[in-house]
Write a protein that binds this ligand. Sequence first.
Ligand code: HAM
Length: 469
Amino acid sequence: MPPIKKLEKDKKKPIKAPVVEVPKKKVKAAPELLRGFRDILPEEQPRWDLVQDTVRQLADAYSFGRVELPILERTELFIRTVGKQTDIVEKEMYAFEDAAGEKVALRPEATASIARTYINHGMLNLPQPVKLWYWGPMFRHDRPQAGRYRQFNQFGFEVIGVEDPIVDAQLIIIATQLFRDLGIDVTIQINSIGTPEMRQAYLAELVSYFRPYRSQLSDDDKRRLQKNPLRILDSKDPAVQELLAGAPQIIDWLSEPAKQHFMKVLEFLDEMEVPYVLNPHLVRGLDYYTHTVFEIWEAGDEGEHAQNALGGGGRYDQLIEILGGRPETPACGFAVGVERVVKALAQRGIANEAKNKPKVFFAQLGDAARRSGLRIFEDFRKQGISVAEAFGKSALKAQLEVANKLDVDLTLILGQKEVLDGTIIIRDMELGAQEIVDSSKIVELVKKRLDKKAGIVEEPLPVIGPSAP
Ligand code: HAM
């Protein structure tokens, strides 16, 4: 038996409530965007809409048909066309095996798919040229920086089946016109790189020109010179750029017909007063080009062109044949990076506001008013008038604050009483004046008031003759 003293001591001990562990809520971080990927938010849409509307109008005017191409293609398609030794295929492609073990890639560009489409759908049997345009996302696992993303959007125009230099010129004219319509000054950088056959002798000459300077070249440029010497012309290294001034120029290696083709393209451009710069170092980063190559640069952007071309393109007379299509199917096209165009618009303050910004706000007080509101929205939609609301708020003051922020012209106020009376209040946000009107005529009345604010005046009836005294 324990000593009594000890027992008493134990008794006095307060009984502790068991500690129940409440599991702490883990704070979860929202998943971040992948590097080089971005969301395009509503406030940016007006510019995207402007670009798309302008592109669509031009495509219609020049009778191009739209194609929607798949985003995923066989990796092989790009290896065979863009080229095994290009940066795009070698370093930047999102290529993987799908669940069935098929080697697939997120498309890094769309010209290869266009050529595949032309062959797959027997378009050689259509009247030539076949003129197609597209718009959509492309993927390149490039080093992200200003104006360079891993997912970006391109639109492109392609003309297949005609060799005449007028096709090259017309595409360049379309590109120039597009930027004129958008209010962006551009210059066309242009060159001709002949055919792979013509290039052989030139490339040998180029390699031997650089041989004495090999030690001065970066590893990247050394590799280029060995694997894809034409790309040395595109080097960003200032030392190489200096050396290029004395390097042989491809134009001197072109055959007579190739020179003639290029001269004709330039003549057409002169005739249409399209500003261009002959750029003997322009070679482009894709292997399928033959003859004319060009890029669209923002005027005055000559220094930073390498990353910032708005668009680029050229002839690809051998691409269809490379993919197993009919030999000698000539083609030419260009593509433009939409993000870069949108950025140029933003820098100029173009298309800051949405075209269909709501001019009317609907404020409601009580359940019956909210219910009527649903019908009112439908009535306005049918007339093409967009209406904003703040269904999350019930106080009129709070709703009017939102209406003010949205900078609408008119606010419609509907309360319990108005619902019962079949009326609605129209508040002129600028004047602060309110009037009670018949709710069945609301759309018509709002339309009239908006027209008046926009300065659209109803035509008075024509006077037929002098009125009777
Ligand atoms: P590209 O020069 O590779 O040509 O791309 C065309 C345009 O897409 C570029 O001028 C640029 O505006 C945009 N772009 C390219 N990469 C990125 C990037 N990482 N981030 C943002 N924008 C980018 C082609 O893709 C050819 N398929 C053009 C063509 C059509 N050639 C004949 N037909």
